[in-house]
Design a protein around this ligand. Structure first.
Ligand code: SF4
Ligand code: FES
Length: 245
């Protein structure tokens, strides 16, 4: 079978040179068997333009650093094969996050902010005893926590979310998943009212418009619809109890 000549239309922009407008630059490459966007972008940088900016670390859907818009769809570039793409592919950076240059965005600042806002650590008055044996936990509960912990912080669910694109402070599905993880954990002694103070508002769980693109695109298949519904249900009850008090 004849090899295809592929065109990659890539957004070029350096935020440190704001006077230069963003442009789409075409790069051309001959397709090879088993080619992924990881291979494509590295080839382009090595052979055509060393200034091209993008992020990859693991190239195995583990580190979460290669999220981008591939023909308008947020996904991980390292798991995207060219055989599944048309001859012309447009690559844009993930929206919502701070743009560092071309296809490279800073998801770390966003996720750190969410961690601090939702106080993503176990809240307990139990003293820490480093040599104590590990506490036992019900297997089903541990599985639910593990499910939420599988998030690789790629930002795809945030990039695809209409609300997150409109409201920079919206916690999004990744934030709600984080909150669910601690709500499930019996070692975390926060009350539902305490959670309500943090996420019981329109930048929190009540901002979700239920479009659910997040679950459709999450590359590791976290059941985000369930996580959002779980937190929303708990916060609706907490809000009602608040009103009564
Ligand atoms: Fe990525 Fe899924 Fe985590 Fe969202 S929930 S940041 S899509 S792994
Ligand atoms: Fe790590 Fe794509 S390079 S998830």
């Amino acid at each position: 079978m004849a090899q295809r000549e592929l065109t990659f239309r890539i957004m070029r922009f350096n935020p440190e040179e704001p006077k230069k407008k963003p442009v789409l630059q075409d790069f051309h490459l001959t397709e090879e068997p088993g080619m992924s966007l990881f291979i494509v972008l590295n080839k382009l940088r090595e052979e055509q333009d060393p200034t091209l900016r993008f992020d990859f670390v693991c190239r195995a859907s583990i580190c979460g650093s290669c999220g981008m818009l591939v023909n308008g769809t947020p996904t991980l570039a390292c798991k995207t094969l060219t055989k599944d793409l048309p001859e012309i592919t447009t690559l844009l950076p993930l929206p919502v996050f701070k743009l560092l240059g071309d296809l490279s965005v800073d998801t770390g600042v966003w996720f750190r902010d969410i961690s601090l806002r939702t106080e993503s650590w176990i809240h307990t008055d139990e003293p820490f005893v480093p040599d104590a044996p590990e506490e036992r936990m019900d297997n089903a509960v541990a599985q639910k926590i593990y499910e939420a912990e599988r998030c690789i912080e790629c930002g795809v669910c945030i990039g695809v979310c209409v609300v997150a694109n409109l409201r920079p402070d919206f916690i999004g599905a990744a934030g709600a998943n984080r909150v669910a993880r601690f709500m499930i954990d019996p070692r975390d002694k926060r009350t539902e009212q305490e959670y309500f103070d943090v996420v019981g508002n329109d930048d929190g769980i009540f901002g979700c418009m239920g479009q659910m693109g997040c679950e459709d695109h999450c590359p590791v298949g976290i059941p985000l619809r369930d996580q959002l519904a779980y937190v929303r249900r708990k916060m609706a009850v907490a809000g009602w109890q608040y009103k009564k008090a």
